[in-house]
Design a protein around this ligand. Structure first.
Ligand code: ZN
Length: 118
């Protein structure tokens, strides 16, 4: 699994992270609970985010991520729906259960998803 995994519970006390189990900040995956190290779906989800960050040279990823979130909020979605509508999250949720997904993933796959699904 790509990325260095760091268990850092205190990190998840920050505002906005209280319900979050893991977060990908290239090149690391931070997890709330050490037991998540065996959660292959969660780790694959975060590894997809690391790939997305890398292919956008990291900083633009966060700007687009935040921009898309705000765009969906302005358009009237609630926080959870706005989050699930972000291109990067749609890809990560759609493929988090697909073993070996990152080996065959097309470049910029987040922006190639159709409108169907999340
Ligand atoms: Zn995600």
């Amino acid at each position: 699994m790509a990325g260095r995994i760091i268990c850092l519970p205190i990190f998840f006390r920050l505002p906005g992270l209280r319900k979050v189990q893991a977060i990908a900040l290239w090149p690391f995956i931070f997890i709330r609970d050490a037991r998540s190290q065996s959660d292959r779906v969660l780790l694959r989800h975060e590894a997809i985010h690391l790939r997305q960050q890398l292919e956008l040279c990291v900083i633009p990823f966060y700007l687009i991520y935040l921009g898309e979130f705000l765009w969906h909020m302005v358009r009237g979605k609630n926080g959870h729906m706005a989050y699930r509508s972000i291109s990067f999250e749609r890809e990560a949720y759609r493929f988090e259960t697909v073993e070996g997904y990152l080996q065959d993933r097309p470049l910029f796959a987040s922006f190639r998803l159709g409108k169907s699904g999340m």
